[in-house]
Write a protein that binds this ligand. Structure first.
Ligand code: UDP
Length: 244
């Protein structure tokens, strides 16, 4: 019997987390360190879904602000998440962790298409499932993808791994030395105070479906395991203040 608090988790990695110090593209050393942290929770018996962003390569909003058609720019962003997903799959399989990538936009030569029941079967067989290409729709984010897929596979929690902060603060901790870190929040707090945790579409989806979210730092080795064990790290966000 394992001691982990959460049996099935969605780990949301931003594209930036894969870029390391260079701030762009994929840093092989960083991705290997993330893969070995993921191995720790797979070894606990945790069923792991990964949703990875694409901001290290392309963000739809950046393209559309420079005059590009928004939907086209967003499709490019979704393709960026496929590159990150394949890189992550490669690093995980390098350390003998079985994985499957499923894409929301079909590209059968590259990965399986997203099929919910098949994804659940992979999880039951303890394969790490990486969901690529976001929701498959422009105007959405990979945070929303994490919320949607967490609801679909009935995950216990979304673990939002950050590479710059170790939780949610009342102001930017890199600009304000007095910034205060929250222990816990509700989704309504996030929405009412416009806290930059996830976009409002993702927040409402989590709130309506009662999916908790833990925001924590991935820069400290072993933190993903601590998160899965329910240790007191980062900031937890729930639907209600009483923890329900
Ligand atoms: N994207 C999209 N639909 C989705 C998910 C992502 O159009 O369902 C696009 C969008 O352009 C976004 C980009 O993919 O900017 C990369 O995802 P995101 O910005 O969420 O990545 P992150 O900030 O986590 O690196």
């Amino acid at each position: 019997m394992t001691m982990e608090k959460y049996n099935r988790v969605v780990l949301k990695l931003s594209g930036e987390a894969l870029a390391g110090q260079q701030g762009y593209g994929i840093d092989p050393e960083v991705i290997q360190s993330i893969a070995s942290q993921i191995r720790e929770i797979v070894e606990l018996g945790t069923e792991v879904v990964i949703v990875v962003g694409g901001g290290n390569i392309w963000r739809g909003m950046a393209g559309s602000s420079k005059g590009m058609d928004r939907a086209t720019a967003d499709y490019m962003g979704m393709l960026a998440t496929v590159m990150n997903s394949l890189a992550l799959q490669d690093s995980l399989e390098d350390i003998e962790i079985p994985t499957r990538v499923q894409t929301s936009i079909e590209m059968r030569q590259v990965a399986e298409p997203y099929i919910r029941r098949k994804a659940i079967r992979h999880l039951e067989k303890k394969r790490v499932v990486i969901f690529a290409a976001g929701t498959g729709n422009p105007y959405f984010s990979t945070d929303t993808t994490a919320a949607l897929r967490a609801a679909e596979v009935e995950a216990d929690i979304i673990l939002m791994a950050k590479n710059k902060v170790d939780g949610v603060y009342d102001s930017d901790p890199s600009a304000n030395a007095d910034a205060k870190k929250y222990q816990s929040l509700t989704y309504l707090d996030i929405l009412n105070h416009d806290l930059k945790v996830m976009d409002s579409t993702a927040s409402t989806l989590c709130m309506d479906n009662n999916i908790p979210l833990l925001v924590f730092s991935i820069m400290e080795e072993g933190n993903i395991k601590k998160a899965v064990m329910g240790e007191d790290i980062g900031t937890i966000i729930r639907r209600n203040n009483d923890g329900s």
